[in-house]
Design a binder for this molecule. Structure first.
Ligand SMILES: [Zn+2]
Length: 296
């Protein structure tokens, strides 16, 4: 898996990406990936398709239910991943795929799935990026792109966890994490997001977990598809499956999760600072951005 990352990132193959997030893009053709879901442990297949409708739509291979446009109101309670309730069906662990789509600059796409969970693949977004590269992308000649421009400071918090947004001409991100495990500890990353540095700096960062919580999660019927090839696992002092792709891979993955959750509205023009984020907080933030921007 690491070879794919290095091959993708270490070459001039980033040229296919848009320079920024100013325009509308969709896929050139369909592309599919199969894999195991982190929580269900069941193999599912996802096909990404071109679309002329703004936003990301989901429909099922096995259902005639009409495609649903994703938005943050569809998120249901799920502590470890982002789960959407779409009509009569649920779809879990959407965030790494959505991060890849929006991070690469796509604004229009149709996601056709079977099953109820998006495959985890290598635990990061890089294999979805590779799928998008394989399909190719086309710029859409649409002048009106929905923009979420933050005009006033916005703060969302739960306990000591918080996300703030202030006005900015670009999408800038600052992530801070603080874990009581010395191997992770405090980490901070600040960057101006572009499609190219999404692919280089964020997309390869894998999901991570804690050895002392794994038995509990398994007893809850979760992480049936988790293993040392698709999740970084640590104990108090060390990683069980090194090497890391970045020294601060955990904070990069937390920003990946935030980007995936913001894909439910679109990337705002703002400087966003997230301290100890969670999917619940990200979703609340996405709803608040949508609300304040549509009030203007
Ligand atoms: Zn994640």
């Amino acid at each position: 898996m690491l070879d794919i990352t290095l091959d993708l990132v270490g070459s001039s193959r980033l040229e296919w990406l848009p320079d920024d997030y100013e325009n509308s893009w969709t896929l050139r053709e369909a592309v599919s990936r199969k894999g195991i879901g982190l929580h269900s442990g069941i193999e599912t297949e996802v096909t990404l398709l071109p679309s002329l409708k703004e936003g990301f739509y989901v429909s099922w291979k096995e259902s005639s239910q009409p495609p649903v446009k994703l938005n943050p109101s569809l998120v249901v309670h799920s502590p470890l991943c982002t789960t959407l309730e779409l009509g009569t069906k649920k779809l879990s662990t959407v965030e790494h795929l959505l991060a890849a789509l929006i991070g690469c600059g796509l604004t229009h796409a149709h996601i056709l799935v079977n099953g109820n969970e998006i495959p985890l693949l290598d635990g990061s977004s890089i294999e979805w990026v590779e799928a998008i590269e394989q399909a190719g992308i086309n710029r859409l000649n649409i002048s009106q792109k929905t923009e979420f421009e933050i005009k006033e400071p916005l703060v969302i918090y739960q306990g000591l966890s918080m996300i703030s947004a202030i006005p900015s001409d670009k999408f800038r991100l600052i992530g801070i994490i603080d874990f009581p495990y010395s191997v992770i500890g405090k980490q901070m990353l600040s960057l101006e997001l572009t499609p190219q540095n999404f692919v280089e700096e964020i997309a390869p960062a894998r999901t991570f977990g804690f050895k002392d919580q794994i038995d509990h999660l398994i007893s809850q019927g979760l992480i049936k598809g988790g293993n040392l090839n698709n999740s970084l696992v640590c104990d108090e002092n060390s990683w069980l499956n090194p090497p890391l792709r970045f020294e601060n891979e955990p904070v990069r993955h937390k920003l990946l999760d935030l980007i995936g959750d913001l894909a439910l509205i679109g990337l705002p023009k703002a400087q966003v600072l997230v301290y100890r984020g969670s999917h619940a907080l990200h979703t609340q933030f996405a709803k608040a951005v949508k609300q304040v921007c549509s009030l203007k």
